[in-house]
Design a binder for this molecule. Sequence first.
Ligand code: HEM
Length: 516
Amino acid sequence: MIAAILLTIVFIFLVFNLFRRTGRLPPGPTPLPLIGNIHQLAYQVWRRKGIVAALNYYRKKYGNVYTIWLGPMPTVSITNYDMAHDVFIKNGKKCYDRQLAPILEHMTGGLGLLAANGENWAEMRRFTLLAFRRMGVGSGLIEKRIMNELNGRFKHLQGSNFIVVLILRCSELDAEIAKNGKVIVPVDFFDLTVGSVINSVLVGKRFDENTKDEFLTIKKLFDASTETFNLFDLNVPVWLLKWFFPSRFQLTWDARHNILNHVSKEAFERLKQLDSGKHDIDSKEPNDLVDCFLLKMREEREKGPDGHTGYTMEALKFVLHDLWLAGQGTTATTLYVGFMKLVNHPDVMLRIREELIRITQNSRDLTLQDRPKTPFLNATIAEIQRFTSVLNVNFWRINHETIKFKGYEIESGCMLTAQVGALHVNEELFENPEKFDPERFMRNEKLLQQTIPFGIGKRSCVGEQLARSELYLVFGNLLLRYDVKAHGATPTNEDVFPYSSAKLPDTTGKFEFAKL
Ligand code: HEM
């Protein structure tokens, strides 16, 4: 009897508390105590065959800001630019902490950038942005690294001599074209090109004939873990995953550890060489992010007790891991999806080429300085990024102060995010969102600002400038050099894992490149 009374009191308390909190939050489906809206969300995801479709359904029903309770936690999703700006820019200081997926936190111990918060994250983010700047991200220097990858001007150490290795991306293509008139280009081409640029920025090495298999193995393992990683993995406790879904846990663990081992091998080797005097860092011109970090580590240690204690080899491992992980697949997928779109829209490709030939007189490479003069290429890249929207569910933030906007009150401790995938199919901003139409950005220039593939606010993508440079130079220069067609049937551009937290296209498609 007493137990029944106690249970009733607890139940009434839960209902009352839920009712009180729901009243001030943005609208959404009616939640149940303890399970919230999980049952409705699961049904809508199943019925509409994907996470973005379900989030879009809730947008149409409740408006551009709505609340879904994941169990006892309210989550606020925002699906238009102005509201995202109100929350994540105007109130940016109140919501820069990330809701950490327990499995990721378990693996990183709160180090790095993606699954970190607080002072540690802030320091590593500042460091990364500064290190990128020192290596030329945002200036002409990064262009050199990217174009080197395409053009093949590389210095590799062999024995005691530097030799120039010319067998690189475009040279490989050109050699094949010289033999057969055309070359078949699979997704690996984009993976390796992007992987090499990132590896070169982070650890100063590109992937060559000897190391490309190592890269492709890590990449495949990582893709396999991403395919299954979804809302469930983002939220469940580690013990539950380990006990009830051990193979799922193991896949995520193995993929992350392979990347960790790969990137940290280089960093530890460098430290050894530095300690033994075999390597010296030019403090005015560090070669890569590892050099920048080791310099900073030395600097902080020399300050004694006043130095920042966050600069450790363990911290470096996770910073490298996160940059590699977040930067490789996202950029390569955008390039691959972009070319898939372009081969299906040859008119767009032709118009870009005309624009580029006009600018370069077909006598030089396209450079980052050309950007203001190539509005149609810029518009096409924006439309490609809108279509690609690499995340089905954006990472959640947690607000640590109440946020008031548009008459709502989001009390501290809520999970909130700009749902980039759903925002990019919002027909209030993008008329006929299912249509590939770069022209929409020419008709309305404001749209460029309202498309936010890199997220918004203090946790937005740290690699945005690097990725934008890569996309511009690789799309532009390949279109300037090659006639590109689909090889065989073009696979669907639809997301093949619509239930996963990341968007993944069917990557079995191939292209035929012929010299122009
Ligand atoms: C086309 C390419 C890319 C896209 C579409 C993309 C997209 C995103 C998005 C949507 C976020 C989450 C933003 C949020 O939480 O609101 C993010 C975060 C992040 N991205 Fe990117 N990204 C790209 C390339 C890169 C590159 C090249 C790097 C690094 C080399 C990188 C590193 C990161 C990191 C470290 C974070 C976490 C930042 C933090 O929590 O402070 N990304 N990215």
